[in-house]
Design a protein around this ligand. Sequence first.
Ligand SMILES: Cc1cc2nc3c(=O)[nH]c(=O)nc-3n(C[C@H](O)[C@H](O)[C@H](O)COP(=O)(O)O)c2cc1C
Length: 349
Amino acid sequence: MTQQQHNDQHPRSASLAEPAKALTAQRFSIAPMLDWTDRHCRYFHRLMSRQTLLYTEMVTTGAIIHGKGDYLGYSEQEHPLSLQLGGSNPVDLAHCAKLAQERGYDEINLNVGCPSDRVQNGRFGACLMGEPALVADCVKAMRDVVDIPVTVKTRIGIDDQDSYEFLQAFIEQVRDAGCETFIVHARKAWLSGLSPRENREIPPLDYERVYRVKRDYPELTIALNGGVTTLEDSLNHLARLDGVMMGREAYQNPYILADVDSQLFGQTGAVPSRHQVVHMMLPYIEQELAKGNYLSHVTRHMLGLFQNMPGARAWRRHLSENACKQGAGIQVVLDAMAKVPEYRAEGVV
Ligand SMILES: Cc1cc2nc3c(=O)[nH]c(=O)nc-3n(C[C@H](O)[C@H](O)[C@H](O)COP(=O)(O)O)c2cc1C
């Protein structure tokens, strides 16, 4: 099934295609980030942008199949939502993809970009770039059992295998297995010697290489990831590509999302102010507290909301110091917010 066919059949995704011609769900997304983009974080992000495609943290097939918790849980409000899977066993991936489709996810994404040792031992993540035939088998196995899009997030190369021809061969083999969408982190990964964090900073970004992929394979949906920190940069990339995926900046400065629907999707409509976003989080927080979850597990994702605004430090500090205390409830959030002056001009709902 093509992305367009999927959009036609899934109204939630279809709305993404409405603002302009042929916009795909991939036009703007927030990167999968382990320990960061959990469901609390995604709920919070969704309040600021209806259109952004959200990704789960990477979830391994092993966790889904053998784990005790519900690793596929999410809130309905999070759509459009992609599940990122980590794994390299086609049978297991197909099983998990099917479960994910049944649970209502809008997309399955395979992680072929994470360089951590732990992930390499499990033979998945970035090291899979060296095994395109296996990635193709994985994609095909998933495509055979689901009709939501199966996408791949990858790097531009690994270790000394960093020529354009290497990337091309990878893309072609995986494309032939049925993957129509690639999210390319525009730097290679060193599989040994660098920590995952260093692997997000030290190998140089090469945007031109991603542009070239789009030029050579115009029929594919190509999104770029890595080092994008403004919507202006995003628009520049979108002049050449189908999508931009933003990671760290969106997490650390989440209010950037408030302009995504208007600037990147051409939508008009009211944007909630930062204070309104906090108010919109309160019912969710109460619901989570009632389930026995800790306040800090939700509020840790909100620390950057007032980034670059007067009072940002007081907000962050009050939450950091108090949300983890025994019995902490929404009063902590209200007290933190009271430390930040409200700007009426900021956006009115
Ligand atoms: C804390 C953290 C966790 C991450 N976890 C994942 C992950 O689970 N799966 C994945 O594909 N990439 C993961 N990444 C990489 C990001 O998805 C993204 O590729 C990277 O941060 C580069 O984008 P950026 O420069 O916009 O942050 C992670 C990054 C960070 C900072």
